[in-house]
Write a protein that binds this ligand. Structure first.
Ligand SMILES: C[S@@+](CC[C@H](N)C(=O)[O-])C[C@H]1O[C@@H](n2cnc3c(N)ncnc32)[C@H](O)[C@@H]1O
Length: 254
């Protein structure tokens, strides 16, 4: 059973695509006329030019909106599609979940004709996010073991450019750092259910940190400590777009 079959049942409730992040992703896809979405989940950020989605969890596939591109129940490591199947392949907030990163990236390079767009996080930056740094050390440690080092990703892609994706203060997509200026949200079990790091760390383990956060919010300590965040519009919490342009061996430009 895929991990998200057990942790993804309410994903679509809190993980709606954020329009500003969508614009960045769609810009990174450039003029590709066909796109494959790998680790597609419920279909967030899929542009209309998406021809097929690849996703191992049936529970996630069930939550895809009517009219979405057809979904193949498969993992990145072994994609049942022909070489050069689409102009571009995107993989969003998923590479840190893959069992075999090298095999998965190899598959993206095989099925993409021209471009690969990956949204991931740089742990060297994300580990400084106040929630992990001050309240959830065990989750931070787990995040570190799951994280894909940026230099490894770039090497496996055969070169790529990296763009920072700041998180808006009212981000619609409830991923880990989405609530950086809305700290009360982390006390809501519904919000936590949409963030895999909470499920993987375990409720028992995160409870002391969340209790401390609750006290710090009631006492005003959190607001005093993070006064600098309160009038900011966006935060660099380590999210990164990694964009690779492929040159196939047969290409004249290669
Ligand atoms: C955080 S969700 C992101 C979903 C979607 N891309 C989005 O941005 O909302 C991570 C997704 O990666 C999928 N996933 C986990 N392991 C995978 C693998 N080996 N190959 C492809 N997808 C995988 C999960 O099932 C889940 O749907």
């Amino acid at each position: 059973m895929a991990t998200y079959d057990s942790i993804g049942a309410t994903y679509a409730d809190t993980r709606r695509p954020d329009p500003r992040i969508a614009a960045r992703i769609h810009q990174a896809l450039g003029d590709a006329t066909t796109v494959i979405n790998v680790g597609a989940g419920t279909g967030s950020y899929e542009p209309p030019r998406t021809v097929v989605a690849v996703e191992p969890s049936a529970v996630m596939i069930e939550q895809r909106p009517a009219g979405s591109a057809r979904a193949l129940e498969a993992s990145a490591e072994s994609i049942p599609l022909a070489d050069d199947s689409a102009d571009a392949v995107m993989a969003l907030l998923t590479v840190h979940h893959w069992n075999d990163l090298e095999a998965g990236i190899g598959e993206l390079r095989r099925i993409a004709r021209r471009r690969i767009v990956i949204l991931t996080f740089d742990h060297d930056i994300s580990r400084r996010f106040w929630l992990l740094d001050e309240y959830l050390p065990e989750a931070a440690a787990l995040d570190g073991t799951q994280a894909v080092p940026m230099d490894r990703l770039v090497t496996l892609l055969g070169g790529a450019r990296i763009e920072a994706v700041p998180v808006p203060h009212d981000c619609a997509d409830g991923f880990l750092a989405a609530f950086w200026r809305r700290p009360e949200a982390y006390l809501d079990p519904r919000v936590r259910a949409g963030i895999s790091l909470f499920a993987k760390t375990g409720e028992e383990v995160v409870r002391p940190g969340l209790t401390r956060l609750s006290h710090d919010l009631s006492s005003g300590r959190w607001h005093r400590r993070h006064a600098d965040l309160l009038d900011r519009e966006a935060l660099d919490a380590g999210y990164r777009l990694v964009v690779a342009d492929l040159q196939h061996q047969g290409d004249p430009a290669a």
